[in-house]
Design a protein around this ligand. Structure first.
Ligand code: SF4
Length: 386
């Protein structure tokens, strides 16, 4: 076993190019890389070396395991007071593609998926101008009544801010407390986009600032709760702005330790106002995942979001730092309304086969990335010597 580790470590070190070798050694020594290091990695065209370096951290934190969750997406409404330029999902009430689900429809959809074995329902919507506060409370209580163990992951930070300021007209903390009492288990990571204010002004004018986004998560984490976080890349941002986004997430994680995982995804421009933008290449997506894995040393999990990147590329991403392939989903609308051609759901069999083919051990997880069933793998058993 020991010999095997040494051989693997030696093999890996020989696969890292000389220009990135000092960063490889830094990562192997457990040292944190700087923003300038991250920019150097982003500017490297040696994708294989990036994968090797990211795999050091991936193996250290998660061993040979790759996880997925049985979940269901529900977009309760796309009616929204904002018009983010990158978004093909949001609509005004009068628009022909505007929709609004009744609580009974959401209840039925969730009940059907519970019978199929889901452990989590994931709900986000637009910033609806007129749905009353009681509607959200009733929605959460209805789903909670279906199953006390169902994990309800819902609302982006901007939805929380909208609910607090325009609907409930109370503080963020009181809003979160009320939603938590009604059944909310964790917040989704959406709405972060790219934190830089110049970028935000051009792709989502009027949306909350980085500080406002972080503040919602900071308060939620301070209440002992968890959330995920995201980055929407591959539009107008620079490499420096991507790294700045990662820096802000790493700093907040140092402060609260409340993020369970990071979910970066590439912009799908097809039916948006920004349709002239060329989509991020496969290489750019893999590079971004690998650098994220290396830079975010205080995050345990990195998700390859197959909805945006396709399942074949998500499979490859397992060798670039990713240890999680998200979930079964059932019905994704946000990326599909933007033109994504990926399926709207995956079966457990497909996700497990995808993981095995890449050489990893599939493991169903819960919303906190803890293993469900099977033999839990202790990452320390498979960590590579550095
Ligand atoms: S991204 Fe969210 S806030 Fe912006 S328009 Fe779309 S639904 Fe509304």
């Amino acid at each position: 076993m020991c010999q095997d580790r040494i051989v693997k470590s030696f093999t890996r070190s020989r696969l890292v190019s000389s220009s990135l070798f000092s960063l490889y050694e830094k990562v192997c020594a457990g040292e944190r890389i700087t923003e300038q290091d991250a920019i150097t990695l982003f500017r490297s065209d040696d994708l294989n070396s990036l994968g090797q370096i990211a795999s050091v951290i991936r193996q250290r934190k998660n061993g040979n395991r790759a996880t997925y969750i049985l979940n269901r997406y529900i977009n309760y409404s796309n009616i929204c007071v904002l018009s983010c330029q990158f978004c093909a999902f949001g609509a005004r009430k009068r628009d022909p593609h505007a929709f609004e689900m009744a609580i009974s429809e959401i209840e039925n959809a969730t009940a059907e998926s519970l019978r199929g074995g889901i452990t989590e329902v994931h709900m986000v919507g637009g910033l609806h101008p007129t749905l009353p506060g009681e509607w959200y409370i009733e929605l959460l209580e209805t789903l909670r009544a279906l199953d006390p163990n169902l994990h309800i992951k819902a609302f982006t930070a901007i939805e929380i801010r909208h609910l607090a300021e325009r609907i409930f007209k109370i503080s963020i903390r009181d809003t979160l407390e009320m939603l938590r009492r009604a059944g909310l288990n964790s917040l989704t990571g959406g709405g972060a986009e790219i934190f830089d204010p110049v970028v935000r002004d051009r792709i989502c004018r009027g949306k909350e600032t980085a500080e406002e986004w972080k503040d919602v998560h900071r308060i939620w984490h301070g209440m002992g709760q968890r959330s995920t976080c995201t980055m929407l890349f591959g539009h107008i941002e620079t490499i420096e702005q991507r790294v700045d986004h990662l820096r802000q997430l790493r700093e907040l994680q140092d402060e609260t330790h409340g993020f369970t995982g990071f979910v970066p995804f590439a912009f799908v421009p097809e039916t948006t106002e920004l349709s002239h933008i060329r989509p991020a290449s496969a290489v750019d997506q893999l590079r971004t995942l690998a650098v994220s894995r290396i830079y975010l040393d205080n995050f345990d999990h990195l998700t390859g979001y197959w909805i945006a990147m396709t399942l074949p590329l998500a499979q490859v991403s397992l060798c670039y730092g990713v240890d999680d392939l998200h979930g079964t989903l059932k019905e994704e609308r946000i990326f599909h309304m933007a033109g994504s051609k990926t399926p709207q759901e995956q079966t457990v069999e497909t996700l497990e086969r995808t993981i095995r083919e890449a050489g990893y051990e599939p493991m169903q997880r819960d919303s906190y990335y803890r293993p469900i069933g099977g033999d839990a793998v202790d990452p320390s058993e498979t960590v590579l010597a550095s």
